[in-house]
Design a protein around this ligand. Structure first.
Ligand code: ZN
Ligand code: ZN
Ligand code: ZN
Length: 887
């Protein structure tokens, strides 16, 4: 199995509200007996997940039972040949006629064929021409009992329920990859032409649908997991809701619903690989009618040139990276611009700065979109009798606890504040970050002064003689305002100061930020000019800015203009704050204009001109007087820094940024570069799989390690109980991680929790619950595991742990949402307690601390063992590295 299949599903949790749009349509079998399944009348305890497999297996002896049910339940014995579609048999006949073999011969012969070459004398072409409309678009199986139609209007393609040699059935593969969620059974299938939908609410998302059989009658009812499974009114009916089972089990539709093609049918079918499926699905996005054959056409599916270890020169470097950035940008744009939503309910407010703020819930069907403060959205109203059409662009200033988006509008005029319903929102995609990466690569290539010669050759992987930086060394390597450094931290600071390029590897809890701040302190004292400090994320920049500021250095934190309204823990260090609060008399004119602008919303054009010029001058003055400038990597490309030069650059969390992103701060004149990170933790997030495959997901830090630059490793961790640091130390850090905390310092008293081994601060809780695909179709959940998470949380709370000490981590957004809902619905204690417990994804927990961590792994299935093992290991690697377990 190839590992790409995993890319289908989330690798790390991504936002997904789980509130997919439901269509409300009537279910067509209410009160009737169409869903009468004679074979289920047996007294077996039906249906639990394992039983359903058994039942499905036993039902194969009475294959057409559901069809029989609609007429009479006595006719159980349609023969297999009848069940097979006439089309499928006729293609066998044709093939047999052509080859002159019996069926066995055909099977053997076809198995070895590539179906591209079947354009033979009688014009038979597999997958084309006379091929049935309802044939599986992947493999060609066309037995009506085995295929379903994707019910998305723009798609309407048919797929079968066989796995072939992939991990999920073809229909499930399609639904997941295309992000489609509705299906319709074939008219000649046992159940007839039926759109699968929830009996109670009409929801058609097959990833949410499951079934239960009534207690007394032999009727099966389809019900959705959210919300209907939890509707109290339904609990009183004749159904045992605890027996609910999803319609898709182990990435395959249940067999009583959609049959799996017989082995013979599967052998006759086209053998399509997971990779081909990926490619054809990709192609369908731009050409919905494309056939598999089209993949062979030149230019359709060219993989970009992969990244290299070494490059001739910066032009070659640019030639490799520029197309990858373009791919990622195009993907990002397509994804974000497809996120428009209509019929929003909006409430209006006014911010402290007197700007209009709109609050609304922005349901995201696609869990790839993650809104962050600073994102730009366009809010629209199409108008009515009393209101003209209106639209305004604004910036997201926060996401509330109720998962509302707060959007600060740019223009306050004409806002239809008495309208609360029927508004629409679009994502406004901006190319800024991608443009800056492209710009940095160009500068790197054409501007000889962009970096020193040594850095230039080193980054390209050329052999260069190592040299030391001649700088006066401090006598002490610690810095004022920071904790005392340990030996490995001192070693790091000392070495870094003497080298033109260094890598610092900071495993969790080893004081990476303190060490970085100490390095910056000493560099700033060397008189080489201002030091530039960057990181890919705003959170990391803020943390570092705060620590550096604690040493007494003058720090200016430059935020993107779109984030100026976003609250920050280091607001006093931000440039926009300092401009506003610079209290000198010569600035009074700027202040006056600012005040006027705040009050009136805008200035006359001459005042505006004067205001802008004054503001720019003040910004420059403040920035120039700083010892250290802090901003994100992309922020280093801000026009406000265009004329600045930085000889010394430190990039924190550099292992989470792409190479071109790292280059943005470097091309401002770097002579001495320090990359801090940990390549054993999460890498950069690349949305476009093609670009990721080509190597865009590899950071510069990682490539330099491959080139032989040895990272200096911080070796003493202060976070975890020694028993917990043992595994990551041995598995990822060659056993070098030492403990700066003792067992006793990590012992809590008075907490009565039934640890299986009292002095081991961890245990594995194994359960047999099955994974289910979540509502988005691209994530997973595990209900049994969620129930057990609640039990553990409740036990902790009962024994005196407070909610803020507990963190629940899961790699799957589907599970995250389910646990939050489950705890607030079923938690044994006060609801508020559960609301205060943080349930989050692995990456959003990276770098943070909790006393107790519960990790919900979710995955559990029968089919993917071979494939799944490495995934599990990979997850453990990610998890252990970013879990900050102190208990
Ligand atoms: Zn579809
Ligand atoms: Zn198929
Ligand atoms: Zn429902």
């Amino acid at each position: 199995m190839d590992s790409q299949q995993n890319n289908l599903y989330e690798t790390a949790s991504q936002p997904d509200t789980g509130t997919d749009a439901y269509t409300f349509l009537e279910f067509n079998t209410q009160g009737e007996s169409e869903f009468d399944y004679p074979e289920f009348r047996s007294p077996v305890a039906w249906p639990t997940p394992s039983d359903s497999l058994a039942a499905a297996a036993s039902s194969s002896s009475v294959r057409s039972a559901p069809a029989a049910a609609s007429s009479s339940s006595s006719d159980h014995h349609h023969s297999d040949s009848q069940a097979a579609s006439p089309v499928a048999s006729s293609s066998v006949a044709k093939a047999a006629a052509r080859g002159g073999h019996g069926v066995d011969g055909v099977v053997a012969g076809m198995g070895g064929l590539n179906f591209e070459e079947t354009g033979d004398e009688d014009g038979y072409e597999f997958g084309k021409g006379d091929f049935t409309e309802h044939a599986c678009r992947y493999c060609g199986v066309s037995n009506p009992a085995c295929v379903v139609r994707c019910n998305v209007p723009s798609c309407r393609k048919w797929f079968c329920n066989s796995r072939g040699n992939t991990s999920g059935s073809h229909i499930v593969n399609h639904l997941v990859r295309a992000k489609h969620k509705e299906v319709c059974l074939h008219k000649d299938s046992p159940l007839g032409e039926t759109i699968l939908e929830c009996y109670n609410c009409g929801c058609r998302n097959v990833f949410l649908l499951g079934f239960i059989s009534a207690k007394t009658e032999s009727v099966v009812v389809l019900l959705c997991r959210e919300p209907c499974l939890n509707v109290n009114a339904l609990k009183d009916m004749n159904w045992d809701l605890s027996q609910w089972c999803p319609l898709i089990d182990d990435r395959c539709f249940l067999q009583w619903l959609v049959k799996i093609p017989s082995e013979q049918e599967q052998l006759r079918a086209r053998q399509i690989s997971a990779q081909q499926i990926n490619k054809i699905e990709e192609l369908w996005k731009s050409n919905p009618d494309a056939a598999l054959e089209d993949l062979e056409k030149p230019g359709v599916d060219d993989e970009p040139q992969p990244v290299a270890l070494k490059y001739e020169d910066a032009y070659q470097y640019q030639n490799v990276f520029a197309p990858l950035i373009k791919l990622e940008a195009d993907y990002d744009k397509m994804m974000k611009e497809s996120q428009s939503k209509d019929n929003l309910t909006v409430r209006w407010d006014i911010g402290l700065n007197k700007k209009r703020v709109a609050y609304f819930v922005f349901p995201k069907e696609d869990n790839e979109l993650r809104l962050v403060p600073g994102d730009e959205l366009r809010l629209r109203y199409s108008g009515d009798a009393a209101h003209p059409a209106w639209q305004s662009v604004g910036h997201v200033i926060k996401l509330t606890a109720q998962e509302e988006v707060a959007l600060e509008l740019r223009a306050s005029q004409g806002v239809p504040i008495d309208v609360n319903h029927g508004l629409s929102v679009d994502f406004v995609w901006k190319s800024t970050s991608f443009d800056r990466m492209q710009g940095a690569m160009k500068t790197f290539a054409v501007d000889e002064t962009s970096v020193s010669g040594f850095i230039y050759h080193h980054l390209l992987g050329h052999e260069v003689e190592n040299h030391m930086v001649r700088n006066a060394m401090p006598r002490r390597f610690g810095a004022p305002g920071l904790p005392e450094l340990n030996a490995s931290q001192v070693y790091a600071v000392k070495n870094v100061l003497q080298r033109p390029i260094s890598l610092i590897q900071g495993p969790p809890g080893t004081g990476k930020t303190v060490t970085s701040a100490a390095i910056v302190y000493h560099m700033a004292k060397q008189g080489q000019g201002q030091v530039l400090v960057c990181a890919p994320s705003n959170v990391a920049v803020d943390q570092l800015a705060e620590k550096i500021s604690a040493t007494g250095l003058k720090v200016v934190r430059i935020c993107a203009k779109s984030r100026e309204a976003v609250s920050s823990p280091v607001e006093h260090l931000t440039l926009h704050y300092q401009v506003r609060h610079l209290d000198t008399s010569e600035k009074s004119e700027l202040h006056k204009l600012q005040q006027l602008k705040d009050e009136q919303g805008e200035l006359s054009s001459s005042d505006e001109k004067k205001y802008k010029a004054l503001k720019r001058a003040t910004e420059r003055e403040i920035s120039q007087s700083a010892d250290v400038i802090c901003c994100t990597c992309v922020g280093a490309g801000d026009p406000r820094l265009a004329n600045f030069r930085f000889r010394q650059v430190l990039i924190d969390e550099s292992t989470q940024s792409t190479e071109p992103e790292c280059l943005i701060p470097l091309v401002l004149g770097a002579k001495q570069v320090i990359l801090v990170g940990d390549h054993c933790q999460l890498g950069p997030v690349i949305m476009c799989k093609k670009a990721a495959r080509a190597g865009l997901a590899q950071s510069l830090f990682e490539r330099l390690v491959l080139l032989g630059v040895k990272p200096i490793r911080l070796q003493v961790q202060y976070r975890m109980h020694p028993a917990l640091s043992e595994f990551p130390s041995n598995s990822f850090y060659e056993g070098t991680l030492q403990n700066g905390v003792t067992v006793n310092e990590r012992q809590t008293t008075g907490i009565d929790f039934p640890w299986p081994v009292p002095n081991r601060p961890m245990f594995f809780y194994v359960q047999m619950g099955q994974e289910e695909i979540s509502a988005s179709g691209t994530s997973y959940l595990n209900r049994t595991e969620a129930a057990n998470v609640e039990k553990i949380v409740t036990t902790f709370l009962r024994s005196g742990v407070i909610p803020s000490q507990i963190g629940v981590i899961t790699p799957y957004e589907g599970q995250r949402a389910y646990i939050v809902n489950y705890m607030s619905r079923n938690g044994a204690l006060r609801q508020q307690l559960y609301k205060e417990i943080e349930v989050a994804s692995v990456d959003s927990f990276q770098g943070r601390e909790k006393d107790y961590i519960i990790l919900s792994c979710v995955r559990s299935n029968e089919h993917q063992v071979g494939l799944f093992c490495p995934v599990l290991l990979a997850r453990v690697r990610i998890s252990v590295n970013c879990l900050e377990i102190t208990q």
